[in-house]
Design a binder for this molecule. Structure first.
Ligand code: AMP
Ligand code: GLY
Length: 421
C-alpha cells in the first residue's frame, strides 16, 4: 500500500513509525516531512497547507490511504479534497474540524448539548468585551477564536492584564483574523489530562491518557509552548474518571456533532481539566496532539493502520484497540530561546540507540547532515514497566541526542510521579 502522511513534526514521525509496523505498508510519503522523517519515509517538499499541491501529488502517486495530521489542513478541507478524488483519509472533514478551528463554535456546542466546560462569553466588539471585564471574576482566561498555534490563550491574573490581552487581540490584531472574535472564560483549576480518542462517528475508543508539559521552564514556569514533554498514562486519570468522561463528555460530543450534521471521524483530542466539580473540557483538537502522540502510539499494541481505516469505514466497534500496560515518557529537546527567538542550523548527532527512540520535529537535511530548523527539534521516548523507569530512560536516551544550544526541561514526568504516589 502507498500511504500519504500530511505534516512534518515529531507527531508525524511517530505516526509514520507506527504505520510502518504493518507489513502491507510499502511506501510512505510525507508532505513535507522533515530531515529526520526522511530516514523513515519519502519526503516531498509540498507544504501541509498547499491543498492544490497535495491533491495533485496524491492523484499522481496511487495513494491508497492518507493521514492528515495537523490542524490547519484539516480546517482548510484537505480531507474533503482528497475524498473528492477517491482517496480515503484519516481525519475529519472541514465541517467537523471546526470543533478545533473555532473556539466560539466548540463553546456553543458544549453549551447547547450540556457538555461540562468553563463558563464563558463570546465577544466580537471590543467595547462590550471591556465592559464585561469590569466585573468579570479574576483570574480570567482570554482566547482568540481561531487557530493561533496554541498561543492564542492568555490567563490574566489581573484586570489590567485582561484588558491588555483583549485589546491586543481585538484592536491590535495580535493574532490576525483569529483574534477578531474572543472568548472570555472562567478560570478552572485542577490537574490537566489529554485524552486522544479514535472515533468513526458512532463509537469512541479512547487511547491511553497522557500529560503534556506546556510551559517552557521547569516547575511549569515561563511561556506556553507547543509542549516540552509528555508521559502516559496520566496517573490523575483513574478508571472512575474515565468512565465519567465517556458518559458526560466523549459520547455526548460525538452525538452532538452528528446532531449538527458534522459527523466527526479520526482522532478527537479532549483537553480536560479534572476540577473539584468533575471533569471539564478545556479544549477540543481535531487531531493527534504533539507531543502526546509520541508517548501514546508507542504504547499501542493493535495495528495503527487497521484502526485508522476502521474510523474511515465505520467499523471501529468491531476493531480491537489495545494498549500496553506499560508507561512512556517523551523528553523534547528544543532550540534555546524557544518559543521566542532562537538560532537554527546547528548539526544534530545521535547515538544509534537514541536515534531509534527519537522522533524528529524541527530539522532539515543539508549535504547529508541533519541541522536544527525549528523550535522543538527532537522528542525522545522511552517505555518501561514503571513511570519512574520510563522517565529515567527517556532522559538517558535524550543525552545521546546532541546539538549546540539544545534546551530541555529537567522535570518531565515529576508531577505525574508525585500524583501517583
Ligand atoms: P488551550 O490552547 O485552550 O489548550 O489552552 C492552553 C492552556 O491554557 C491549557 O493547557 C490550560 O493550561 C490553560 N487554560 C485554558 N483554558 C483554561 C481555563 N478555562 N482555566 C484555566 N486554564 C486554562
Ligand atoms: N500538545 C498539545 C497540542 O497538540 O495541541
Amino acid at each position: 500500500m502507498n500511504i500519504l502522511v500530511i505534516g512534518g513534526g515529531g507527531r508525524e514521525h511517530a505516526i509514520i513509525r507506527s504505520l510502518k509496523k504493518n507489513p502491507q505498508v510499502q511506501t510512505v510519503y510525507a508532505l513535507p516531512g522533515n530531515g529526520g522523517i526522511a530516514a523513515d519515509a519519502t519526503c516531498v517538499p509540498i507544504g501541509a497547507t498547499d491543498l492544490d499541491g497535495i491533491v495533485k501529488f496524491a492523484g499522481e502517486n496511487a495513494i491508497d490511504y492518507a493521514v492528515v495530521a495537523p490542524d490547519d489542513p484539516l480546517v482548510l478541507g484537505c480531507v474533503d479534497r482528497l475524498n473528492a478524488i477517491g482517496i480515503p483519509c484519516f481525519g475529519p472533514r472541514s465541517n467537523a474540524a471546526i470543533i478545533e478551528g473555532s473556539k466560539a463554535f466548540s463553546k456553543n456546542l458544549m453549551k447547547k448539548y450540556s457538555i461540562p466546560t468553563a463558563a464563558y462569553e463570546i465577544f466580537t466588539e471590543l467595547p462590550k468585551a471591556l465592559e464585561y471585564l469590569k466585573t468579570a471574576p479574576i483570574p480570567t482566561v482570554i482566547k482568540a477564536d481561531g487557530l493561533a498555534l496554541g498561543k492564542g490563550v492568555i490567563i490574566a491574573q489581573t484586570r489590567e492584564e485582561a484588558v491588555e490581552a483583549v485589546t491586543d487581540m481585538m484592536a491590535n490584531n495580535k493574532f490576525g483574523a483569529s483574534g477578531s472574535t474572543v472568548v472570555i472564560e472562567e478560570f478552572l483549576e485542577g490537574p490537566e489530562v489529554s485524552v486522544l480518542a479514535f472515533t468513526d462517528g458512532k463509537v469512541v475508543k479512547p487511547m491511553v491518557s497522557s500529560m503534556d508539559h506546556k510551559r517552557a521552564g521547569d516547575n511549569d514556569t515561563g511561556l506556553n509552548t507547543g509542549g516540552m514533554g509528555t508521559v502516559a498514562p496520566n496517573p490523575c486519570y483513574t478508571e472512575a474518571i474515565a468512565q465519567r468522561c465517556m458518559e458526560e463528555i466523549f459520547l455526548p460530543t460525538i452525538a452532538a456533532m452528528n446532531a449538527e450534521g458534522r459527523t466527526f471521524t479520526g482522532c478527537l483530542y479532549f483537553g480536560l481539566m479534572l476540577t473539584k466539580d468533575g471533569p471539564k473540557v478545556i479544549e477540543y483538537n481535531c487531531r493527534f496532539g504533539d507531543p502526546e502522540t509520541q508517548v501514546v502510539l508507542p504504547l499501542l499494541e493493535s495495528d495503527l493502520l487497521t484502526v485508522m481505516q476502521a474510523t474511515t469505514n465505520g467499523t471501529l466497534a468491531e476493531t480491537e484497540v489495545k494498549f500496553s500496560n506499560q508507561h512512556a515518557c517523551c523528553v523534547i529537546l528544543a532550540s534555546k530561546g524557544y518559543p521566542e527567538s532562537y538560532q537554527k542550523g546547528f548539526e544534530i548527532t545521535m547515538t544509534e540507540e537514541a536515534r531509534a527512540a527519537t522522533f524528529v520535529a524541527g530539522a532539515k537535511l543539508a549535504e547529508g547532515k541533519l541541522l536544527t530548523s525549528g523550535g522543538r527539534v527532537t522528542g525522545t521516548t522511552a517505555i518501561a514497566d514503571t513511570l519512574e523507569d520510563a522517565i529515567g530512560e527517556a532522559y538517558r536516551l535524550s543525552d545521546g541526542v546532541k546539538f549546540e544550544n539544545a534546551y530541555r526541561r529537567s522535570d518531565i514526568g515529576q508531577r505525574a510521579l508525585r500524583e501517583s504516589r
